[in-house]
Write a protein that binds this ligand. Sequence first.
Ligand SMILES: O=C([O-])CC(=O)C(=O)O
Ligand SMILES: [Mg+2]
Length: 591
Amino acid sequence: MSKTVNEKINIAKNIAKSHYLNQATSTALVLRDQLQITGLLPPAVETFDLQKKRALIQLRAKSTELEKYIFLAWLRNTNVRLFYRLLIEDLEEITPLIYTPTVGTACQEYSHIYPFLAPPGVHDGLFLSLNDLPNLKNIIKNYNPYPFDESLTPQIAVITDGSRILGLGDLGVNGMGIPVGKLQLYVAGAGIDPRRTLPITLDLGTNNEHNLKDQFYLGLRRKRGSDKEFFSFLDAVVKTLREVYPELLIQFEDFSSEHAFELLKKYRDNTFCFNDDIQGTGAVILSGFINAVRLTAKDIPPKEHRILFFGAGSAAVGVAKQLLEFFQIEHGMTEADAKKLLWLVDTKGLVTFDRGDKLADHKVYFARKDNEGQQFKSLTEVIDYVRPTALIGFSSQGGIFTEEILKKLARLNKNPIIFPLSNPKNNAECTFEQAMKATNNQVIFASGTMFPTYTEPETGRVRYPGQGNNMYIFPGLGLGALLAKPRIITDKQIYKSASALAYSLTDEEISLDMLYPKLTRIRRVSAEVASAVIVQIVEEGLARDEEVIALVKNDLEVLKANKGPQWEGLVRFVEENMWDYGREKYFDSKI
Ligand SMILES: O=C([O-])CC(=O)C(=O)O
Ligand SMILES: [Mg+2]
């Protein structure tokens, strides 16, 4: 419904200081008069381009990554569209500043940098503490970043309890940087409307002694309580969120492993939700693995891979489960045979049935039974025993893939697959450069946080590290689900997101041996991921959006008649539904 000029001005007056519609120095003089803000801005009227240029210069003048993070947070909270223009147009430069690795430092420092994050009236996200239990509904309604348009209710919430932030452990409410950061990637990567995102941090206390002693720590000063307390609080939060926003998609993020698995089990069949660390990371690594299998196919038949996980938390087990599906679906293996290709190592060594300790539930399924009573403790011992073709790190132990380990892998394989996936950068098990040098440039590599490219000294050839980060999956997965409107997210939808990502590589990317597409293509890639998810939702009979159902059926017919490229109509529809910083112009100088 289009608004009349007067309505627009009324809205504008109400929100003259709105961070969303703020055009600052781009506001036309006539509009400044109408809004009664003449004199409150310097006289020059600038273009959006010039504003962006100044913002970039200011950003680049900051001397530390944390200062850049603070600057960008301030920009986002005062001028949303300028911020997103910067992020979208300079994605490779800005993403590491708002997300991993810098977001890790920002979370560690959150209580110290807090006052500079949000000007009055602007909220970074919603905090729900145990003390809020009696009043959850009203508090949830307090979070309303755009009260002037009732259609702009939240569509996606990213929720953490701060108990396992990246590989940094329990950071309590300081974990707020993560939901905020992830939702910015939803906007940049898949065009979710920034006004419809809801970052939530739950405060159930923290076991982080450093935070508890820090005078500036902004959360409850108490330790985390029992599982019973945790699950009943989560029940109340999820139930109330669904009452207030029945169509809300919930992304669980950075919960401690045990809780993460339990929450997913509890809610996956009755709530519109997924877990990013288990399912999103699982999908993104599966996708990189599909391409790694392709690259090594002439030397290793897919069914002969031997995959060693160093680290056995939520992400590792999530990836292992998806690889299991891959070998069954794509290579016709039985579940039992596929499981034999996977080994898990935790802090006590190779995960075996007869190790003598009580295994956490999520590890039991993958515990080896064929170890003939032998136990293997150190990584070196395990590697000598398993002789892996692929080594996947989820240990949060920076540098643990030493030169010796990397060389061992290179002796065992022509092209060893090495994925040091722990975040942020300092926790990565090795760097790209180390892996290239130790393997004579033969490694097939992906990390969780992006490393720089590597130039082979002998040939001058530039090599590209893969970034196996779930930011290639969750934005597209979320967008697809929001458009098709299923009531739940199924494993098959997640699987389809992974294969769509794997097959989204262009010929150029394939010729460069890349495992993942270039980050600069993220919107197109997200559209392809979203489309694959939508098709799956329709095929499962779960779609509730008539337009989407009709589109998929139409594309199917075109496909059957061999008339055009697969799902092109759908991909276009998805792209048309992406928010863009330039699309709305309430403050156009014409009004
Ligand atoms: O945020 C990231 O970079 C990936 C992720 O979910 C995690 O490490 O927990
Ligand atoms: Mg995470």
